[in-house]
Design a protein around this ligand. Structure first.
Ligand SMILES: Cc1cc2nc3c(=O)[nH]c(=O)nc-3n(C[C@H](O)[C@H](O)[C@H](O)COP(=O)(O)OP(=O)(O)OC[C@H]3O[C@@H](n4cnc5c(N)ncnc54)[C@H](O)[C@@H]3O)c2cc1C
Length: 419
């Protein structure tokens, strides 16, 4: 921190402690109008990015984002913030790497610090089978033009010396692979940055506005009913993650989405103890350290569908057992918080981006446990189809239609665990 910025930080603190109320809001809090060109339901990262790219890339600014709660209060503000593009199939590789490349410049594009940190993501191998599967996975990434390096056990130990390399380790670490461009970003900042960018371009951001039904003319959607009245629009898009099937039900069609709770937790803040994002698919857990020093711990989905944003005890127990198994010194950490979000799981672990069977209604969903990293591309491609009427080429393979044609893109393995 330079002397000058230290003084301005001090001035900000001094102003805050005096109760200064002259802060410029990061985005406008708008009253809903009666009509828009496009309504986006859901003020998570995907909805906000859709609105931002509608305005930025296509000049469509008569847009409202309607959010039932508060901006980023859904999964976007609840996730473990891991960003990567280590997918298996070419369609997914293209999609997620486009997103990662947007993340690499997002702070500059939005002029908002999203605290992006490319510290590398390490996937651990505990068996010969894991090593073989990861060699195939890393080779597929290289064929798709994405960085990947296989690691032997010594290289993993150099990266993460606190991992359990003891002779009696129950899950010996035989090696792994790393995507060095993977890492993390600050979740709230991504939501706020897109909200600020969209608002500056003229988009209305309406919080505490819950969509309770769709207005129809014949079969086509022509607006929404909300707790703040009816709002009409030429096109309506929904990006509501775990609530996608609820809204699809309101619109009169079914989605191949099952909603599950996915939980995460953080420890008390400690000095730097982790260098990378580390993931053990076999144990069902992953770890990183936030800039505040908290060890961020995530794991698998609950075993049953639910809309309860809690996370079940057995998954918590499993994830913590894996944590002390892999990092024995973490047994002395005190846990600070645990929480969950409701994620939208599709049977091939790939998203749905595009038209629905209902004319006028478009969708972005099915990101399941891994849609934070996809916020830029989810918004970019949904905005494209809304503005042009044509699917973006990156989104073409991810149409709802694939569940009829059988052209699934089964990324279950490369979806890792829950990030
Ligand atoms: C614990 C956890 C860890 C995760 N870790 C990672 C990770 O490390 N990396 C990664 O890439 N992904 C991760 N994910 C997944 C990621 O968080 C989601 O895929 C992503 O945030 C989805 O963004 P979204 O904008 O689609 O949904 P959300 O952020 O959930 O936004 C949807 C919004 O829609 C609103 N809404 C719902 N119904 C209505 C309605 N009727 N009217 C108006 N608004 C409505 C909700 O209030 C919500 O704010 C994790 C998820 C969880 C829960």
């Amino acid at each position: 921190m330079t002397l000058r910025s230290r003084y301005s930080a001090w001035n900000l603190l001094a102003a805050a402690s005096k109760g200064d109320t002259n802060w410029a809001p990061v985005w406008r809090e708008d009253e809903p109008k009666l009509r828009y060109d496009v309504i986006v339901i859901g003020g998570g990262g995907h909805g906000l990015a859709t609105a931002y790219y509608l305005a930025k890339n296509h000049g469509v600014t008569n847009v409202a984002v309607l959010e039932a709660g508060w901006i980023g209060g859904g999964n976007t503000g609840r996730n473990t913030t891991i960003v990567r593009s280590n997918y298996l199939y070419p369609e997914s590789a293209r999609l997620y790497d486009f997103s990662l490349r947007q993340y690499e410049h997002l702070a500059q594009a939005l002029n908002f610090n999203i605290m992006f940190s490319q510290r590398g993501i390490v996937t651990l191998a505990h068996s010969r089978h894991d090593l073989d599967a990861q060699a195939r996975w890393a080779n597929a990434m290289l064929c798709n033009g994405i960085d990947a390096e296989l690691l032997d056990a010594r290289q993993v130990q150099e990266l993460e010396p606190r991992l359990n390399f003891g002779a009696g380790a129950r899950f010996p670490i035989l090696g792994g692979f790393i995507q060095r461009r993977g890492g993390s970003a600050r979740h709230d900042a991504v939501a706020w940055g897109y909200a600020r960018g969209a608002s500056a371009l003229g988009v209305d951001i309406v919080q505490s506005c819950s969509v309770t039904g769709f207005l129809k003319q014949g079969n086509a959607v022509v607006g929404v009913a909300t707790n703040r009245g009816e709002i009409r629009a030429d096109k309506v898009a929904m990006a509501v993650a775990g609530h996608s099937s609820v809204l699809a039900g309101m619109a009169g069609f079914q989605l191949p989405v099952t909603s599950y709770a996915l939980q995460a937790m953080v420890s008390e803040p400690v000095k730097p103890v982790l260098n990378t994002v580390t993931l053990s698919p076999s144990l069902g857990a992953y770890w990183s350290q936030s800039d505040k020093g908290e060890v961020v711990i995530g794991g698998a989905l609950d075993h049953f569908p639910s809309y309860a944003q809690r996370g079940s005890f057995d998954v918590m127990q499993h994830v913590l057992a894996a944590t002390v198994e892999m990092f024995p010194s973490f047994s002395r950490l005190r846990m600070l918080r645990q929480w969950a979000g409701i994620v939208d799981v599709v049977q091939d672990s790939s998203p749905i981006i595009g038209a629905t069977p209902v004319p006028g209604l478009f969708i972005n969903c099915g990101w399941g446990t891994g849609g934070f990293k996809a916020i830029p591309v989810g918004g970019w491609t949904l905005a494209h189809v809304l503005a042009t009427g044509h699917n973006h080429e990156l989104a073409e393979p991810f149409q709802l239609q694939r569940f009829h044609t059988g052209r699934l893109i089964d990324e279950a393995a490369a979806a890792g665990i829950a990030h």
